[in-house]
Each structure stands twice: as structure tokens, then as C-alpha cells.
Design a protein. Structure first.
Length: 230
């Protein structure tokens, strides 16, 4: 069977369980599936080379939604999502995943590609943290997909990668992302001035975080307890 990451002996079709990989904990693994309030099944699974078409098509279609909140595409949005750009992106993130620096995950809704969650700048030891970022295809928005995906990604960082802390940022004019993070237990820790070049200019961001000991239970368990997951 074709193995895009070189781990033919390990399957990510089933959620990660049991002992974590010593060198690259939490990778390549899928998360357990959850059910949204409308009954749809959602999980996270590793990004693979087979995702090229969906990744490119959805991001090109959603340029009006994504470009205003993502790092500047200096050569233009279309060029940043060409076949060549995909392979440059994919090979780079594949190599970083092999080194345990990043975990790139697909949001899979009813078995179909619906966006992405990335756990990046993974550090173990005395730091033991990462950041989480996500985007959701416009056709899947308004159903709690981002909130559920963020919950699964955060739980994966804590329970499978074994980290102590997860951080995130969001733009002041993107309060929807702030609500997703708040629903998952992230707290405001600061305000970053002109820290990222977004859509052609330097932009401020809210900085939020949570530590593993901040809450009882997992993000998924807490969302279920308030009816945001089945």
C-alpha cells in the first residue's frame, strides 16, 4: 500500500491508543470520531498527498473567507494554491512532521475533507507546548465544525502528544474564532502588536492559551456536557 509518510507499518485509520511513539508522539494518528449536534460524524486524521485536490479546490473557493485572516500570499492567492505550491507545502510539512515539529491534520466530516487543524512549533521537555490553528471549508460552517475540530486537536496535543500547554491567536475582527477558542477553555493571556503579516499588512492578535491542569476532563467531554457534541 502507498505510504505517503514512510510509516507503512502503522495505520492511522484507527484512532491513536496505547503507548505513544517515543520519537514522534501523536503522529501519524487519527483522533476518535465525535458527533455534531446535527448527527454528523467528525474526526481528525493525518494530511496525506491524496488531499491535494480537496485542499486546493476548497482553499481557492474560499479565498474571500481565508485570505483576510491568513498570512500574506505575496505572489497572489492563486499562485499560493497551484499544484507546485501544494507540493512545496506538503513536502515541507511532511518533513517537519517526521521530525516531530508539527502535526498536520485534516478535518474529516462524514468521511470528506472539510478543512484542516495544525499543531505547530511542538516543543517537549521544559517548554512542552505547541500552537493550534485551523480553517473550515465554507460549506461546512455554521454547524459547530470548528469548535469540535479545535476540541479534538487540543485533546490530541494534551493526551497523545503529551504536551503541557496549547496556545492560539486570533484577529480582533475575527470574534468567531475567539468564541471557538473560548468554548474550548482557552483564556486570554495577552495582546500581540503587529505580530503577523496578514493579507498585506502587519496585524495585531489576541493571544490565548490553556494548560492541561486548567480544566477537568477533556475538551470533548466538556462540549458534550453542554450539548455542543452528542
Amino acid at each position: 500500500m502507498f505510504d505517503p509518510f514512510g510509516w507503512a507499518a502503522r495505520s492511522y485509520r484507527q484512532p491513536g491508543r496505547g503507548p505513544r511513539d517515543v520519537l514522534h508522539p501523536g503522529w501519524p494518528e487519527s483522533t476518535p470520531a465525535v458527533r455534531l449536534p446535527d448527527g454528523a460524524s467528525l474526526r481528525l486524521r493525518p494530511l496525506t498527498s491524496r488531499d491535494a485536490r480537496d485542499w486546493r479546490e476548497q482553499r481557492l473557493l474560499d479565498e474571500p473567507h481565508l485570505r483576510p485572516v491568513e498570512p500574506t500570499a505575496h505572489d497572489g492567492w492563486e499562485a499560493a494554491h497551484s499544484q507546485t505550491a501544494w507540493w512545496n507545502f506538503f513536502t515541507g510539512i511532511r518533513d517537519a512532521a517526521r521530525k516531530g515539529q508539527v502535526v498536520p491534520l485534516v478535518i474529516e466530516l462524514e468521511g470528506r475533507f472539510a478543512g484542516q487543524v495544525t499543531l505547530g512549533t511542538i516543543q517537549h521537555g521544559s517548554v512542552s507546548d505547541c500552537w493550534i490553528g485551523y480553517w473550515v471549508h465554507s460549506a461546512a460552517q455554521g454547524r459547530g465544525v470548528a469548535t469540535a475540530a479545535c476540541a479534538l486537536g487540543t485533546d490530541h496535543a494534551f493526551r497523545r502528544i503529551g504536551l503541557h500547554r496549547v496556545t492560539a491567536t486570533y484577529l480582533p475582527d475575527n470574534p468567531a474564532s475567539g468564541r471557538v477558542l473560548q468554548a474550548n477553555g482557552f483564556r486570554e493571556e495577552g495582546y500581540l502588536r503587529a505580530n503577523l503579516h496578514i493579507d498585506g499588512r502587519w496585524r495585531d492578535h489576541h493571544f490565548v492559551a490553556q494548560n492541561i491542569e486548567d480544566h477537568r476532563g477533556s475538551c470533548v467531554e466538556r462540549l458534550r456536557s453542554v450539548g455542543r457534541l452528542r
